[in-house]
Structure formats: C-alpha cells, structure tokens
Design a protein around this ligand. Structure first.
Ligand code: NDP
Length: 248
C-alpha cells in the first residue's frame, strides 16, 4: 500500500465533533485532509492547527445537500492534489422528535443531509476511485442504523439507509473495483449534534442521558483510522462502537 503521506482524505462535517477529530487524526497520521462543512471559520481554525503540527489541509466550504457543491468539493480536491483516496461521509444532523409532532421540515432536513448528502458526495468521488482502481468510502452511520428508538423514527431511517447503502457499495465495489467500504456505527458521543433538537419532550429525555459517560469524538476517529490503515486485503466492513455505559 502507498504510504499515508501520499494519500488524500476528504472529511465532510469537519467543522466539529467526529469529523473534526477524524480530520485531525488522519492528518496526524500523515494524510493530506480536505475539510468540508458549511462553517468556513471553524474549518480554517482546524486547518491552521493541522498546519502548525506540520500537517497538510485544504478548506472547501461545502453544503452536502447541494449536489453541485459536492461535485466542487471533489473537483477542487483533484485539481489541488490529483487524487482522492478516502472519503469520510460524516456530515449529519439529528433533530429528533416524536412522530406525532409531524415536524416535516426537520424530517426532510435529515433526509437531505444524512442520506442525500452521502449520495451526492459518494457520486462525486466514485469516478476518480473507479479510474484509480482503489479507494475507501467511510460512512458514519450510527447504532441508530441498527435499532429504532422512540423519537428517532426518521433519524434512524436515515441511518438505516446509510447502513444499507454502505453494504450495497461494499458488495459491488470492493471485489470488482478494489474500493473498500466501511460503515461506522457510534453509540452516544459528546458533540454538538443534539443542538438541532427542537422537540422539548426529547430535550427532557436527553437531559436524563447526561448521567452516562459518553464516548469522545476521538474514540470514533480511532475507529476510522483503524479501518483506513488496514492492509489493502482487509476491508473493515462495519464498526459498532458503544459507550461502556450504554446498553442499547
Ligand atoms: P456535530 O454536530 O458535532 O457535527 C456535525 C457536522 O456535520 C458538522 O461539522 C456540521 O458542519 C456538518 N453538517 C451539518 N449539515 C451539513 C451540511 N448541510 N453540509 C455540510 N456539512 C454539514 O455532530 P457529530 O460529530 O456527532 O456528527 C457527525 C456524524 O456522526 C453524524 O452523521 C451523526 O449522525 C453521526 N453520529 C453521531 C453520534 C453522536 O452521538 N454524536 C452517534 C452516532 C452517529 P456545519 O454546521 O459547519 O456545516
């Protein structure tokens, strides 16, 4: 396998939480990282931090719900570096609500970011990977992509979709084209993710969860790193990482 120093990873949702920690981890491992999200200032801060540690990072402000923006993210990566080795589809939102509230705008928003965003970025990245005959797609699904909980009907549906898409991608692309696919399924992680919740009943439920010790974003970055540095013969297909305190 080529050394990590020659490889380029695009990370969506790199402006906070799991994406930020993953970009930092992959950059520290020697990869060039392309930082994508909407909050440009946060991406620039991370770029500066990575460069101060002798790493390489490019900022490409991107809204993954915009298919042209997803294409521009990949085009800019290829123009700058001539290659794209790893795509981490991490950008996501989680405005949980009970279905009887019928928060249709929030349902649509989750589908747009969590599902269509993954499709748009994958579609943009695939031609370069197919041409190279290698590549690695890392999709951040969730334990919510394995089981459904009250308040999470739509969020879980989006994460089930990511898991199904990952499985389909892997079965078609890995043996035929040498493109590895990893589906990562974190349990509860301390990040900004719950900030999008507007349903007060859910907010009260989340407050009760605070007694538990959550995972840190760096724990999931470790899991992504493990999959990325695995030898080419090895495709880490799925990684479920739970807080010790979280039973389900
Ligand atoms: P954060 O809220 O900290 O990070 C979410 C990231 O997604 C931000 O960088 C945000 O950047 C980005 N994002 C949101 N919307 C868009 C958009 N339209 N275009 C581009 N980027 C976007 O949460 P996490 O780090 O927790 O979430 C990362 C992933 O991990 C998500 O897919 C989430 O579902 C998943 N996950 C999280 C768990 C948890 O407990 N935290 C558990 C299981 C899975 P910006 O606002 O700047 O665009």
């Amino acid at each position: 396998m080529e050394s990590l120093n020659e490889q380029v990873a695009v990370v969506t949702g790199a402006s906070s939480g799991i994406g930020e920690a993953t970009a930092r981890k992959l950059a520290a491992a020697g990869m060039t990282v392309v930082l994508a999200a909407r909050r440009e200032e946060r991406l620039k801060q991370l770029q500066q931090e990575i460069e101060e540690q002798e790493g390489r990072a490019l900022v490409v402000p991107t809204d993954v719900t915009d298919r042209e923006a997803a294409q521009r993210l990949v085009d800019q990566t290829l123009e700058e570096y001539g290659r794209l080795d790893v795509l981490v589809n991490n950008a996501g939102v989680m405005p949980l609500s009970f279905v009887d509230k019928v928060k249709l705008d929030e349902w649509e928003w989750m589908v747009d970011v969590n599902v269509k965003g993954v499709l748009f970025c994958t579609a943009a990245a695939l031609p370069a990977m197919l041409e190279a005959g290698r590549g690695h797609l890392v999709n951040i699904s969730s334990v919510a992509g394995r089981r459904v909980f009250p308040g999470g009907a739509v969020y879980c549906a989006t994460k089930f979709a990511v898991r199904a898409f990952s499985e389909g991608l892997r079965r078609e692309l890995a043996p035929k084209h040498g493109i590895r696919v990893t589906n990562v399924e974190p349990g509860a992680v301390t990040t900004e993710l719950p900030e999008t919740i507007t349903d007060e009943d859910i907010q009260r439920t989340m407050e009760k969860m605070q007694a538990m010790t959550f995972l840190e974003p760096e724990d999931i970055a470790e899991a992504v790193h493990f999959a990325v540095v695995a030898p080419p013969r090895m495709d880490v297909a799925e990684v479920l990482v739970m807080p010790t305190d979280q039973g389900s």
